[in-house]
Design a protein. Structure first.
Length: 129
């Protein structure tokens, strides 16, 4: 069975705010996600990270253990975790290229307020793009 988990977390230091930081995260995640048959999308916005992960329950749980141990993230909060019929993220790791526009499209200014509804809406908008 296929699952989609979406979490939000506060980033530490320059995580997600510098080109180098983002490149390092995307590079390592792409390699690991290919190995684990996971697809994913990530968005960084004003000191926050929102990531959607798709894969088997076992693979997602293993990845979330690594994410919880990652010192670049604080206050990790699972926003949505549910079985899904199909993948919405086509690649091992993709980056949302316009987080300000995405936040505006869902009607939020602060990712701390994100709910499962908002997260699902982002997935829908990302797929429609």
């Amino acid at each position: 069975m296929l699952y989609r988990l979406i979490y939000a977390a506060e980033t530490v230091g320059s995580t997600g705010s510098s080109t180098l930081s983002i490149a390092q995260i995307l590079g390592a995640a792409t390699v690991n996600n290919r190995r684990d048959n996971i697809t994913s999308a990530v968005m960084f916005h004003d000191g926050w990270c929102l990531q959607g992960i798709e894969g088997s329950r076992q693979d997602i749980d293993r990845l979330m253990r690594r994410i919880r141990d990652d010192r670049r993230l604080n206050n990790i909060r699972i926003v949505s975790d549910k079985p899904v019929a199909e993948r919405r993220f086509p690649e091992p790791m993709t980056l949302c290229d316009d987080p300000d526009a995405m936040m505006k499209a869902i009607g939020l200014t602060n990712m701390a307020q994100i709910t499962a509804y908002h997260a699902d809406r982002i997935v829908e908008l990302k797929q429609a793009a």
